[in-house]
Ligand binder design. Structure first.
Ligand code: ADP
Ligand code: MG
Length: 699
């Protein structure tokens, strides 16, 4: 008897009627064994049920047509609008497909291609037309696909192909292999779980995904695989959370009433209810010997820093060292500033450790840290370097988390000793992201804003409104306010950041802002230069700071009330929101202008309008996520998780919720996944995420 693993390793040539040239073509798609083929899912399906010749089309009913591309044309229709037209012929009749304002569609078509288009057609000037049809590129196999398919269903799988390998052959091989081997792979889910979450068995799911009778079967099969992928991920995250708690020891740092009173006396404000709730959650974590691993998220300006300061001071009150780590030197220095003011009346010894320190100074700071002569260190990545030694580190606060990943958090551990960790995000995170990228952390959320926060009014300023806007801005500057002007990195330019900022600076100082004190700040300046520029702005010596996004996160200059953003379409919405959060921080209302150009297309313009109309960072984060997906927000690679193969965090939010609840429930009932019913889940989890999440064998 062979094991399932051995059977699945059977070469395709031995399992089906595969000729040598096809074998080579399949190998090019990494399809060598039965297992490869079973898990090579169709990328789409064609619904042949209403496939018609052009001659038999009907108005306004969803139908499918197949044909050959005869002609592709595109033209501008004024004001940033365009139209791409594709003529498709089918048995001597022509159909015209049209895309409005999607100029890139032009490059997707070539004359002679075989395509399949689905839409509700309309008769226009004696010819059938489809607008924005769902299009499938059929490849060269079209002629053969017209032959009797091996699966008589109306729903035909469409597989990724390679040159010389036709859809017809792929279907034939799948139709031969799938029925024979679908029941061989191990079922990872116990019968209980299958029933509880209404999942198809692995055999049924494989049959349904390759050889469906109808779309319901496809959906059910896809749901099973998506659920499985997300469930395994959630199990892994639960295992990591668990192991972080049991494998490491941290000092118990209780915020008893005396400590709490001493700290709150130092703070300049009363906590908001949200801050108090977060502080309580943090204090509870820190009082235990299991290390805290907590994420603090909140909208821009919600007052995360104050919460962090509280935690840092609790740690210091117990005689342990604490570290505050920021993503940029500017932010680290700003935090040092804030703490300096708060700690004037206290005996807390603190130091700044950033890349820009002089060698002697740096050496001295390092010595003091190792000797325990510093209580609180504020720094950047410089804190993670190997030479950096703490005497008794109790807490690390990481500001604006998405710039730091899992490994960085591990860097400050020694053996089984770990500090408590508090990580803070720059902006609210879409829910599905906090459940995956940050799924190994407990989450505290600040939903309210500190009192006295000024409203920020946002404007989308087109070329025609520029003059009026600058007039308004100059008046504000004359009243004593200050402004940021932000320009994006221009990738094409040779000198990168510097070039676009310099250009903007030139234009403004010789034009709109000729009468004002304008300064410049970008990533290519030295740390000292940046610090000086920031300091002059903070003091009010500079009225306008022209900058790249180095000021994106965290910068806090209360007198700045104008945020002016050039080429805003180059930024994500969450990023624009971050920038907007830099103003309205003092006693003056804030104004944000995004300067758009005439060429901006409709979707771009709509994005800007939405941004201007929405003040909630939570709403904008979801919107940005829907529009741009997860990659732009937080590089998934930074977290070190392998990418999802079949699940899609934008589309599958609901399955993710189910999978997460299911995984948590299972893990709670069997924390080591030691139950033999769960052995297969456990090994799949370790295989996929063991290395990335540093999971030891939980059994
Ligand atoms: P973010 O969450 O974006 O990091 P900050 O921590 O920079 O926000 O806080 C934004 C502003 O709100 C700061 O100027 C801070 O001094 C102020 N602030 C924070 N907490 C309170 C509070 N409880 N009451 C009044 N002002 C507060
Ligand atoms: Mg902040």
């Amino acid at each position: 008897m062979s094991t399932p693993v051995e059977i699945l390793a059977t070469p395709l040539v031995d399992a089906a009627n595969v000729r040598p040239p096809q074998q080579r073509q399949l190998a090019r798609l990494s399809l060598r064994t039965v297992r490869d083929l079973l898990f090579n899912f169709p990328r789409d399906y064609e619904d042949l049920s209403d496939l018609r010749p052009v001659a038999e089309l009907e108005e306004d009913v969803l139908q499918t047509v197949r044909g050959t591309v005869e002609e592709v044309d595109s033209r501008g229709t004024g004001f940033g609008k365009s139209r791409v037209g594709v003529l498709v012929s089918d048995r001597g009749l022509l159909l015209r497909a049209t895309w409005f304002n999607q100029p890139f569609m032009r490059d997707k078509f070539e004359v002679g291609q075989r395509v399949q288009m689905s839409a509700k057609p309309r008769m226009r000037g004696g010819r059938w037309e489809m607008t924005h049809p769902h299009t499938v590129w059929l490849g060269d196999e079209f002629a053969e696909a017209d032959q009797q398919p091996t699966n008589p269903s109306a729903l035909q799988p469409i597989y990724p192909l390679t040159e010389g390998l036709s859809q017809y052959h792929m279907r034939r091989i799948a139709a031969e292999v799938v029925p024979k081997f679908a029941d061989v792979p191990d079922e990872v889910f116990s019968p209980t779980l299958l029933a509880e979450y209404d999942l198809l068995s692995i055999g049924d799911a494989l049959r349904s995904i390759h050889l469906p009778q109808n779309t319901e079967q496809v959906e059910a099969a896809r749901r099973r695989f998506i659920f499985q992928e997300l469930f395994i991920l959630q199990l892994a995250l639960a295992a990591r959370r668990h192991q972080q708690r049991v494998n490491f020891r941290a000092p118990a740092l209780e915020a008893n009433p005396q400590i709490d009173a001493r700290i709150t006396r130092l703070l300049p404000f009363e906590f908001t209810p949200g801050q108090r709730a977060a502080v309580d959650e943090i204090a509870q974590d820190m009082a235990a010997t299991a290390p805290m691993n907590r994420l603090l998220q909140g909208d821009v300006g919600s007052g995360k820093t104050l919460v962090a300061v509280y935690a840092l001071l609790v740690c210091v009150a117990h005689g342990h060292q604490a570290a505050l780590m920021a993503p940029t030197e500017i932010l680290a220095r700003q935090h040092a500033h804030t703490l300096q003011r708060l700690l004037e009346q206290s005996r807390v010894r603190y130091r700044l450790l950033v890349g820009g320190l002089k060698a002697a100074e740096r050496k001295e700071v390092l010595r003091e840290m190792a000797a325990g002569e510093v209580d609180l260190v504020i720094g950047t990545h410089a804190l993670l370097e190997e030479k950096v030694q703490f005497k008794n580190l109790g807490l690390v606060v990481i500001d604006e988390q998405h710039k730091f990943g899992v490994e960085q958090r591990a860097a400050l551990r020694r053996g089984d000793r770990s500090p408590h960790y508090l990580v803070m995000t720059a902006t609210p995170i879409p829910r599905t992201m906090s459940m995956t990228q940050f799924g190994d952390l407990d989450v505290s959320t600040l939903r309210d804003m500190p009192p006295g926060r000024q409203p920020v009014t946002s404007y989308v300023v087109g070329p025609g409104e520029r003059e009026r806007w600058w007039h308004f801005a100059r008046n504000k500057l004359r009243e004593g306010r200050q402004a940021f002007v932000v320009t994006p990195l221009v990738e094409e330019s040779e000198n990168l950041a510097a070039a676009s900022v310099d250009q903007a600076f030139e234009n403004l100082t010789s034009g709109e802002l000729a009468d004002f004190r304008v300064d410049i700040l970008h990533g290519r300046m030295t740390a000292m230069e940046k610090d000086d520029a920031m300091e002059r702005f903070r003091r009010g010596d500079t009225q306008v700071l022209v900058a790249t996004t180095v000021i994106e996160v965290g910068v806090d200059v209360p007198n700045a009330s104008l945020m002016i953003i050039a080429s805003p379409e180059r930024f994500g919405i969450a990023q624009l929101h971050q920038l907007r959060g830099r103003v309205g921080r003092g006693t003056h209302p804030g104004y944000c202008a995004v300067l758009v150009e005439e060429e901006l297309n409709d979707t771009g313009r709509e994005r800007m309008q939405k941004f201007a109309a929405t003040s909630s960072g939570f709403e904008l984060a979801e919107l940005d996520f829907q529009l741009r997906g997860p990659g732009d927000l937080f590089g998934t690679q930074q977290h070190g998780l392998p990418p999802l193969v079949i699940a899609d965090l934008v589309r599958d939010a609901e399955v993710l919720e189910q999978a997460r609840d299911a995984a948590m429930a299972l893990f709670a009932s069997d924390p080591g996944l030691a139950n033999t019913e769960h052995a297969k889940l456990r090994s799949q989890m370790l295989r996929r995420y063991g290395a990335a999440l540093d999971l030891s064998d939980v059994g």
